[in-house]
Ligand binder design. Structure first.
Ligand SMILES: *Cc1c(COP(=O)(O)O)cnc(C)c1O
Length: 360
């Protein structure tokens, strides 16, 4: 007799993360490798976060505060929200899982874009819900197409703004129109992992007041991107008290560790580090745009910390050729790759190697 796994797993594949630097160094015998593959902060994190971790190292034998009380308080003050509207998770990744466990019944329809963050489809399928895919138009969310895809069976809609991997955004006006058009029994998950990088004025810079108007919205943010704490795994989510209460029923009791909690509190306070990260990203973006234009490469306009660019050659091949030269990026669909914006030094190395690989 053979082991029977849940039927929902048949069509799932494990998540493929960006390749670790050490791995690539070993495979190609390289001394210097840069990773521009996972949208990490090239400046690292706030030194205040590191100090906070050092000060917490005496407490490793104790379970963390399962309620993340201090971090919730810090967030509640900063965001001007009630503590009961906030919940913490082991990265936003875990929150996508918890949302799926909270809402999806077998056969529910769940609307999402393509291409977008791959965890939306995997958590949906994991629960036996049915993904309904609405392709991007000009590499941007087709919100009207998503509205047209709503049926009686629709349970939830995943939105990512700016979108990963394309870096494109939709405006506040479009978002509000969308929320006004979605029936109130359908959950809208609004993933803002890159919101701190956005430069455009018509972006919904402060989405939190939407919580008062729309009881069906769940807003996701993370400490993994501009805060530079990806390794610690901590994300924060805002929604109605009723939704938070129900997500708490499926959450593990100690899902955010102590070091992550203290570092996140310290990171929140270091506005100077955030400003610097924003500036470095913006300069890097302008440099990369210029170089892509000189090389005649098409790219999607990015409001995030990564650029989706067409290298006019198979992305998988370019990925391998760049890797051999010590630069890790992400191959996407067809001739498209995604490159994370690094420090200016890293960006220049990337462009040099890309020119080599593309014979420019
Ligand atoms: C990186 C990213 C996240 C954050 O993931 P964590 O689990 O918090 O590290 C969430 N959503 C999108 C779209 C992302 O690109």
């Amino acid at each position: 007799m053979s082991i029977q796994f849940r039927e929902e797993l048949v069509n799932l594949t494990p998540y493929k993360p960006g390749r670790p630097i050490e791995d690539v160094k070993k495979e190609y015998g390289l001394e210097d490798v840069i990773k521009l593959a996972s949208n990490e902060n090239p400046l690292g994190c706030s030194s205040k976060a590191i100090d906070a971790i050092k000060n917490a190292l005496d407490n490793l034998a104790l379970y963390p505060d399962g309620n993340c009380t201090n971090l919730k308080e810090a967030l509640s003050q900063k965001l001007n929200l009630s503590i009961n509207q906030i919940i913490l998770s082991c990265g936003s990744d875990e929150m996508m899982d918890l949302i799926a466990k909270t809402f999806f019944n077998k056969g529910d329809e769940v609307i999402m874009a393509d291409v977008t963050f791959p965890r939306y489809i995997s958590t949906t399928m994991m629960m036996g819900a049915k993904p309904v895919i609405v392709p991007l138009v000009d590499w941007t969310y087709d919100l009207d197409g998503m509205l047209s895809a709503i049926t009686e069976k629709t349970k939830l809609i995943w939105l990512c703004n700016p979108n990963n991997p394309t870096g494109t955004m939709f405006t506040e006006e479009r978002l509000v129109h969308f929320l006004n058009s979605v029936p109130k029994n359908i959950i809208v998950v609004y993933d803002e992992a890159y919101n701190e990088y956005v430069t455009r004025e018509d972006y919904p810079k402060n989405s939190l007041p939407l919580l008062n108007k729309y009881s069906n919205i769940i807003i996701l943010r993370t400490f993994s991107k501009i805060y530079g704490l990806a390794s610690l795994r901590v994300g924060y989510t805002m929604a109605s008290e009723e939704i938070i209460e129900n997500i708490n029923k499926v959450r593990g009791p100690f899902n955010v560790n102590t070091l992550a909690q203290v570092a996140a509190i310290a990171a929140l306070e270091d506005e100077e580090f955030i400003k610097k990260s924003y500036d470095v990203n913006l300069q890097g973006k302008e440099y990369l745009y210029e170089e892509f234009q000189k090389m005649n490469l098409q790219f999607a306009p990015s409001e995030a910390n990564h650029i989706f660019v067409n290298v006019k050659r198979n992305g998988g091949e370019v990925f391998i050729d760049l890797q051999k030269r010590g630069v890790i990026i992400r191959p996407m669909v067809g001739d498209w790759i995604r490159v994370s914006i690094g420090t200016m030094e890293q960006n220049k190395i990337f462009i040099d190697k890309l020119k080599e690989v593309l014979h420019k």
